[in-house]
Write a protein that binds this ligand. Sequence first.
Ligand SMILES: Nc1ncnc2c1ncn2[C@@H]1O[C@H](COP(=O)(O)OP(=O)(O)O)[C@@H](O)[C@H]1O
Ligand SMILES: CC(C)(COP(=O)(O)O)[C@@H](O)C(=O)NCCC(=O)O
Length: 317
Amino acid sequence: MLGPQSQSNASQQSPFIELDRAAWAALAPSLPQPLTETEIVQLRGLGEPLDPREVAEVYLPLSRLLNLYVGGTKSLRNATNEFLRERTEPTPFVIGVAGSVAVGKSTIARLLRELLSRWEHTPRVELVTTDGFLFPNAELERRGLMGRKGFPESYDRRALLRFVSEVKSGAAEVKAPFYSHLAYDIVPSAAITVRRPDVLIVEGLNVLQPPGPGHRLAVSDLFDFSIYVDARTVDIARWYEERFLKLQRGAFANPKSYFHRYASLTEDEARSRAREIWTAINEPNLLQNVRPTRSRASLVLRKSADHAVDSVLLRKL
Ligand SMILES: Nc1ncnc2c1ncn2[C@@H]1O[C@H](COP(=O)(O)OP(=O)(O)O)[C@@H](O)[C@H]1O
Ligand SMILES: CC(C)(COP(=O)(O)O)[C@@H](O)C(=O)NCCC(=O)O
């Protein structure tokens, strides 16, 4: 554990406290395990099942920490209400989850939703992914951005900011557009409705971006907490390729899939196609836009080559 005496000079100069895996995992034994093994298996993404030990040692303490922040915010709101002699209604506690394509954001966001909903104060947790705010393909084509899906300019940032602002204003009901990975496009008839939950998780590549040109505010200015999921670029590239192969054998077989034409590729051809997309779109976006936002997060999770978290950085208060 990093006690005040054991903090290195580097740590004293950083706005983050860094805990290695062992120190973080040591926080877990005193906490109840609210998910059964079956529930953990059901939460996996497209890859290998989530390791129950990873859930117990890493994500359970993280969900407890987040729950403490929600409780702390509630106390601060009560004190502020008393000070102002007002009775303002609580607004959802908004958590941003950022990181590269294929780093494991969706898996973590879904897991946190389940874990958080089991703690007191945070039973109602909703999740929105920012892909719903991508411009529809027709608009991306018009703007010459079809090869830049996921880059900041491929999103309707104004609509995303409006959505999070409405949630943080305490609106009773706010709708977000829906993106289908199968259709590879926005589904105009679909929407996700957020009804003033205790916690809203907003997951997406670019949620920690500073304000775009001509904008004064960014969505991250409205977050109560944010998490950046980090890993080595070579590992993320491999995870992207593996996921692509699984999709190619599974979802792409569906004739309705935008990528149905990839279903008949051999394994070598599929790997090479995945590497092309990674190198042309997702890696440059990671290096130019996504990773530079890492130090804006409240907490950074660093994953090793097998997805296991090997250190946690938490912003000092
Ligand atoms: N903790 C984990 N353990 C094992 N595999 C994981 C873990 N997190 C993610 N994965 C796998 O890595 C790939 C990318 O994860 P995903 O959550 O889809 O990423 P993102 O939402 O960042 O694109 C998927 O194939 C997923 O199953
Ligand atoms: C839809 C995405 C841009 C991710 O969006 P997010 O929810 O992170 O905002 C990404 O998964 C994607 O489809 N990128 C395009 C390149 C590719 O097919 O990998």
